[in-house]
Design a protein around this ligand. Structure first.
Ligand code: UDX
Length: 438
């Protein structure tokens, strides 16, 4: 099938390459010249495991190209909208300007039978509004909503072999039939592999995405709330998570207590959900998300408090080694990253912060040029008074406390991801502080 993908960021670039790999003829459209140049050379414009290989392979088929010219979308049957919906400045709501602009720019190139497919995460009600705009234009194109659940770091796998597919179809049967047929064509390979498919209406499809992310955020903040209780009772939140996670109804995944969630999705999606629920007169239904957000942000402060405590409440001029800057391992994304936030705030307290990350230094430097970034792990920790683990890259998870101990000035460690065995570090003479651990 001929497919266009509007927006080639973390979502669209991977989606475009995956679509080409699955046999479709794909054009990716984006405004960012640097991104386009990289993609056209078959290079990934950001760090995503497996994406460089996928781009090379997909480009070599001749079925994948990238352009800044939206008219290249003309002739495609399916047009994916994969632009960002960041948090609006000074508000919890999502900024829909890129989605609206993508639709407006696409309209003149649509013809009857085309299907515009929303993938961006949007406030519930957006699809109905966009469908009305497309109908008003009179091309005869229809809109479907097809939320994307890919995780950064696993985006290639999640795009080629998703764990579920959701089609949000238009209310009119004729339009729904056109949209469903096109989407079944696009996802033929995944559907043949018996990937579960949920066919529903626009609102449900939009809500599936925010509800899933709200649930995941709540799960993380739940265990972090338990960590706060553990901290005043001597309980251990990681053992608690192991024990409750054994209940099949609860499950151990996303019960990792630590410095909390960040990234381009969970934080802004729960805030956008709260803002939209308020508009709908149902603010109280998701009011708990305010606590979810607050618990999450408190964990960053807890890490900082541990560091300051280990520095005898005199952080000024002391050296702190921060391990990790990305919001999670296997990503170079620093959007709303707890790690970067902790590093910047420690620097604000007067500490000499040295920060490192296997992939995210460049992105972090762009946002916070004032920090001292080191590419070498040894240089980061040498002479440090406190070491702080904030992003649990494998490079940091399997450290030998004796080896690191020989480099630092003070054997003090704050384990912001509860990644280490406290007994092992303490046996090597370290003062160990985890989150929600005695
Ligand atoms: C998330 C959703 O998982 C994905 O389905 C959706 O499409 C986009 O948002 P992503 O932002 O890539 O994906 O990251 P995810 O793996 O969900 O992690 C989010 C954050 O939660 C990270 O900062 C991670 O460190 C944190 N986290 C995760 C915890 O603090 N504890 C956990 O137990 C799990």
């Amino acid at each position: 099938m001929r497919v266009s993908v509007i927006g080639c960021g973390y979502l669209g670039a991977v989606h475009a390459a995956a679509m080409a790999q699955l046999g479709h003829d794909v054009v990716g459209v984006d405004m960012d010249a640097v991104k386009l140049a990289a993609l056209t050379r078959g290079e990934a414009p950001f760090f995503e495991p497996g994406l460089p290989e996928l781009l090379v392979e997909a480009s070599s088929t001749g079925r994948l190209r990238f352009t800044d010219d939206i008219s290249a979308a003309k002739g495609a049957t399916v047009h994916f909208i994969a632009v960002g919906t960041p948090q609006l400045k000074g508000s919890n709501a999502a900024d829909l300007q890129y989605v609206d602009a993508a639709i407006e720019q696409l309209l003149p190139h649509l013809t009857a039978g085309d299907v515009v497919v929303g993938k961006s995460t949007v406030p519930v009600g957006t699809a109905a509004r966009l469908a009305a705009r497309i109908a008003e234009h009179g091309s005869g194109a229809v809109l479907a909503w097809n939320p994307e659940f890919l995780r950064e770091g696993f985006a290639v796998k999640d795009s080629l072999a998703p764990d579920r597919i959701v089609f949000g179809l238009p209310p009119e049967p004729a339009g729904a039939a056109i949209a469903e047929a096109a989407l079944r064509g696009v996802y033929a390979a995944a559907l043949a592999a018996e990937t579960p498919l949920v066919i529903t209406n626009y609102s449900t499809a939009e809500l599936v995405k925010v509800a899933a992310n709200a649930f995941l955020a709540t799960k993380i903040s739940f265990i972090n709330a338990m960590a706060e209780i553990a901290e005043v009772t001597g309980a251990d939140a990681t053992e608690l998570a192991d024990a409750i996670g054994l209940d099949g109804r609860i499950g151990r995944r996303f019960l990792g207590a630590g410095v909390g969630f960040g990234g381009g999705c969970l934080p802004k999606d729960i805030r956008g959900f709260m803002a939209r629920a308020e508009e709908l007169g149902r603010g109280e239904s998701v009011a708990f998300l305010k606590e979810v957000d607050a618990i999450n942000l408190r964990r960053r402060q807890r890490v900082i408090d541990h560091v300051v405590d280990l520095l005898d409440h005199e952080p000024f001029g002391k050296t702190v080694a921060v391990l990790g800057l990305a919001f999670k391992p296997h990503s170079d994304d620093v959007r709303d990253s707890p790690a970067l936030d902790v590093a910047v705030r420690l620097k604000g307290l007067g500490a000499e912060v040295r920060a490192t990350d296997p992939q995210a230094i460049e992105n972090a430097r762009r946002q916070h040029p004032q920090l001292d970034y080191r590419t070498s792990f040894e240089e980061t920790v040498r002479g440090a008074d406190v070491v702080v683990l904030v992003t649990e890259w494998d490079e940091y998870r399997y450290l030998d406390p004796e080896v690191v101990g020989a480099l630092v000035s003070g054997r003090n460690i704050v384990d912001g991801r509860n990644s280490y065995d406290p007994a092992r570090w303490r046996a090597a003479g370290w003062t160990y502080r985890g989150l929600g651990r005695p």
